[in-house]
Design a protein around this ligand. Structure first.
Ligand code: ZN
Length: 497
């Protein structure tokens, strides 16, 4: 078996003014890709390991991974699509394994993954098998399920199991090519949106996943059930919750599974209420010694991991005005201040407003800063989430003012990983507060450093009904009053059948 592999990872935010350009993508090919996945935790890594174990020959395509953010520039997506499709056409593989996030948007496309998969299907032909691993926050469309034979999401948020999703998708790809299974997919979409209680191990989603596990254990003909929580910040026509089941040749079995889970999910639609800690309470508890130091605070309103620019200053303002004794480090995206710091040099003093220039409704933070360090922003992630993936913050500057340290970044970056700070010369051990632009995944990377809390800060990634001007993603609960949907499954047979 000759299997072509490639990955394209980006979660979109329709409400960001930024565009995601080529500079935000860490791109590797060939030997570098194989080195990256050897110790990695991505879906691509899990998929490649399983394909190798199955004796398949891996044909490497491009891997392009960017942090979540505003729409990808059309030219960047088209170039990557052309490269992937051109390689599939040239190499004529038996199967294609793609690791995609699944919630990308571009300047002109609402469903670029659907476009990519249709193009891959066209050159691969109907007999080739396409398997895809996705983030569970994907925006899964009929176009995706029509072109791919096997689509599998990770099951956990925080995402500790991207590699297992890749392994499962790759295993089903191999077994389909060997004629051992005949995957048929059923899918139900649910028109509601939520932005809190998105962990899968607790809260409303836990019961849903427990039932999913029961179903899988009870029936070996169910090859996968994936529960998608479409990312909150994409404004796309069919941006709905989605449940898919893959069964071995039994459409009715897959249909029954997803329809039961969908009915349960719908009853939970109003249970996803915010339980984030007020910022004042968190800082008060750290000061009083009720929370150990360093406390790691996820900035819920300005999560780059949900695609915001990362220039929110709410925590900086609070620290400076009310908690000046706390030694804190805060990452802020501000390319202008990085350039000024570079020109001034290490040790220089600069006076420049910080942050609040890329997002709407955010006040810049004003202070006099000492330039304590400069960096190139490059690092390799080493936490459980996307381990061994190269990443960039763009050029960086370390700025000091009183007890505040700011990691000023030129690009929104993956700060859910301690390597983002350490690589730029910041010691976390001597801090009282470490702020990260993440609401979920930082927990699995920082849990050995300090207690992890998500704080209730303003910003578009702290979803409240009526906050965001959704135009295409309507009607949808709770933005609109809608009646109970039919929750009837659609069936997607393997293209090769
Ligand atoms: Zn996700």
């Amino acid at each position: 078996m000759r299997i072509f592999v490639s990955s394209l990872f980006h979660e979109g935010n329709s409400f960001s003014r930024l565009r995601t350009g080529l500079a935000s993508f860490a791109i590797v090919r060939g030997k570098a890709l194989l080195e990256k996945v050897a110790q990695g935790s991505s879906g691509l890594a899990g998929g490649c390991r399983r394909l190798t174990a199955s004796g398949a020959e891996i044909l490497t395509g491009v891997s392009a991974v960017a942090p979540p953010g505003g729409p990808v520039e059309d030219v960047v997506f088209q170039d990557l699509l052309s490269e992937i499709v051109g390689e599939v056409e040239a190499q004529r593989p038996d199967g294609v394994f793609l690791d995609l996030h699944g919630a990308m948007i571009t300047e002109s496309l609402d469903d670029p993954e659907g476009v990519l998969l249709a193009a891959v299907r066209q050159v691969l032909g109907p007999r080739g098998v396409i398997a895809v691993s996705l983030d569970l926050h994907a925006h899964v469309t009929p176009a995706v399920l029509e072109s791919a034979d096997i689509v599998v999401a990770c099951k956990e948020n925080p995402h500790t199991d991207y590699d297992l999703a890749g392994e499962r998708a790759a295993a089903l790809l191999v077994e389909t090519l060997q004629g051992k299974v005949a995957p048929v997919t059923a899918s139900v979409w649910l028109p509601f949106i939520f932005g809190a209680q998105m962990e899968t191990a607790r809260g409303p989603l836990a019961a849903l996943h427990a039932r999913r596990c029961q179903m899988m254990a009870a029936n070996p003909q169910l090859l996968d059930i994936s529960i998608y929580n479409c990312t909150t910040l994409v404004d796309v026509p069919d941006g709905q919750q989605c449940i898919t089941a893959i069964a071995d040749g039994d459409a009715q079995l897959a249909q029954a599974a997803v329809e039961e889970l969908a009915a349960l999910f719908w009853t939970q639609r109003d249970a996803f209420v915010s339980d984030f800690m007020p910022l004042h309470d968190a800082l008060s508890a750290v000061t009083a010694g009720r929370i150990a130091r360093p406390a790691i605070l996820g900035d819920q309103g300005d999560r780059v991991l949900a695609g915001t620019p990362g220039d929110g200053t709410a925590i900086l303002h609070e620290l400076a005005t009310r908690w000046p004794n706390l030694e804190a480090v805060v990452p802020i995206t501000d390319p202008a201040i990085v350039r000024i710091a570079q020109m001034a040099g290490i040790g220089a003093e600069i006076e420049q407003p910080l942050g609040g220039t890329l997002s709407s409704g955010i006040c810049p933070f004003r202070s006099r800063w000492v330039v304590a360090g400069l960096g190139d922003g490059r690092f390799v992630q080493d936490g459980p989430y996307l381990r061994n993936e190269p990443a960039t913050l763009g050029d960086t500057a370390i700025l000091r003012s009183g007890n505040l340290t700011v990691l000023a970044m030129s690009l929104p970056g993956f700060t859910q990983d301690p390597a983002a700070f350490r690589s730029q010369g910041i010691d976390l051990a001597d801090k009282d507060i470490v702020v990260v632009k993440s609401g979920y995944h930082f927990r699995i990377s920082f849990e050995t450093i300090g207690p992890c809390l998500v704080v209730d800060t303003p910003g578009i990634s702290n979803y409240r009904p009526g906050l965001l001007p959704f135009a295409k993603r309507r009607p949808i609960h709770p933005e609109d009053i809608i009646s109970r949907p039919a929750l009837t499954a659609r069936i997607f047979a393997s293209v090769a059948d």
